[in-house]
Design a binder for this molecule. Structure first.
Ligand code: CAA
Length: 381
């Protein structure tokens, strides 16, 4: 076992850190207040290869491994978790899925611009009545000659109002339950496809979340991903990688909370000394640091398994379950160490708490991660 990163990993980590500090940090507070989408930042990230990190260069990507992706995701999410989720969805749920399961036509037409960051993608599985119980798709896609006709509503779609292309899961044969679900690539602007208004969220406010509606929306049959009836397996396989992305996002938030807490505790004085001298604070900082390392190692373990071509669904679920939990805990502890200052917007730690909470909910709630882990333990996935 080797715990050292390669030169290339360290270079990617450094360039993500530089980009996050120089290009993302200056507008992060403003965008949290206004909920403005970071269009310019996402465009630059595309130019630097951060939007299609794991896609081979022949399809427009950076051709890097999952470890590099984790390191970049952590650095970016440390500065702004909103940008982290935009990046994660495009990389893990959209580009990875199309590269692994898309036809040559889909790769050429959709994957290349998505991996280059010239276009943005979204992943539409959740519905008003199908969240954790994702097999209960009410959206339908009926075959009509060379087209599928989509009807239904999707909910909580990250990048929903901005995405150029959306991967939509829909029932092509209701009688077959999850074996009758298929995935289609739908272009923005297709008649019958509308998005709702951007949700006013607790955290990750400058990311873009909305519902999507499809009313007799005709999608070319050649836009089917993998094959008819494979849409649920597509979603599950893709979400396994997505969970590595969200775990990395959570690690970034947890590490940001730790760093803010260390900095503040060395500046703030009480009872004639800096509060970092107090054991009560030192113990909190120690616990926070152990959690960050443990979450990072779990996330890197899942990434290493994926890179080695080994099964990683359980590892990804474990990483997301733990990293999301400790992101919330570290943000709470950072607020506690900041006292009253932690509760106001002047300091960043209250945003870390608001941003951390969603990591326990999206791409499978913590309860769903436990289901996945337990089924793997009992060999009953
Ligand atoms: N990896 C690969 N395949 C999996 C899998 C996994 N982790 N979990 C289930 N599957 C497969 C099964 O092997 C089975 O396939 P076959 O029929 O081919 O054998 C199929 O999926 C159905 O599995 P189950 O019978 O176990 O289905 P279930 O209904 O009992 O449970 C579930 C499945 C694990 C609960 C699943 O519904 C699930 O993961 N739900 C959560 C959905 C989710 O994560 N939603 C997130 C929305 S996307 C989002 O948040 C993105 C964003 O914008 C940020």
């Amino acid at each position: 076992m080797n715990f050292e990163f390669t030169e290339d990993h360290l270079m990617i980590q450094e360039s993500a850190k530089d980009f996050a500090l120089n290009e993302i940090a200056p507008s992060a507070v403003h965008r949290d207040k206004t909920a403005e989408f970071p269009h310019e930042i996402v465009k630059k990230m595309g130019e630097l290869g951060f939007m299609g990190m794991m896609v081979p260069p022949e399809f427009g990507g950076a051709g890097l491994d999952t470890i590099s992706y984790v390191l970049a995701m952590i650095e970016i999410s440390k500065v702004d978790a909103s940008v982290g989720v935009i990046m994660s969805v495009n990389n893990s749920l959209v580009c990875y899925g199309l590269e692994k399961y898309g036809s040559d036509h889909i790769k050429e037409k959709y994957l290349v611009p998505l991996a280059k960051g010239e276009k943005l993608g979204a992943f539409a599985l959740s519905e008003p009545e199908a969240g954790s119980d994702a097999t209960k798709q009410k959206t339908t896609a009926e075959r009509d000659g060379d087209y599928f006709v989509l009807n239904g509503i999707k909910n909580w779609i990250t990048n929903g109002t901005t995405a150029d292309y959306v991967l939509v899961m829909a029932a092509t044969n209701k009688e077959l339950a999850h074996k009758g679900i298929s995935t289609l690539v739908v272009e923005k602007g297709t008649p019958g496809f509308e998005h709702g208004i951007k949700e006013d969220k607790l955290g990750i406010r400058s990311s873009d979340t909305c519902s999507l509606t499809f009313q007799n929306c005709k999608v070319p049959a050649e836009n089917i991903v993998w094959e008819e009836g494979k849409g649920f397996n597509f979603a599950m396989n893709t979400l396994n990688g997505g969970r590595i992305g969200i775990a990395s996002q959570a690690v970034g938030i947890a590490e940001a909370s730790l760093e803010a807490a260390i900095k503040y505790s060395k500046e703030r004085k009480a009872f004639g000394q800096t509060i970092s001298n107090f054991q009560a604070i030192q113990f909190m900082l120690s616990d926070m640091a152990v959690r960050v390392d443990a979450a990072k190692l779990l996330t890197l373990k899942a990434a290493a398994a994926k890179d080695a071509g080994k099964p990683y669904y359980k590892e990804a679920a474990m990483a997301k379950l733990y990293a999301s939990k400790i992101a919330v805990q570290n943000a709470l502890d950072a607020i506690q160490i900041h006292g009253g200052y932690g509760y106001v917007r002047e300091y960043l730690v209250e945003r870390y708490l608001r941003d951390a909470k969603i990591t326990e909910i999206y791409e499978g709630t913590s309860e769903i991660q436990k289901v996945v882990i337990a089924r793997a333990l009992l060999d009953n996935k």
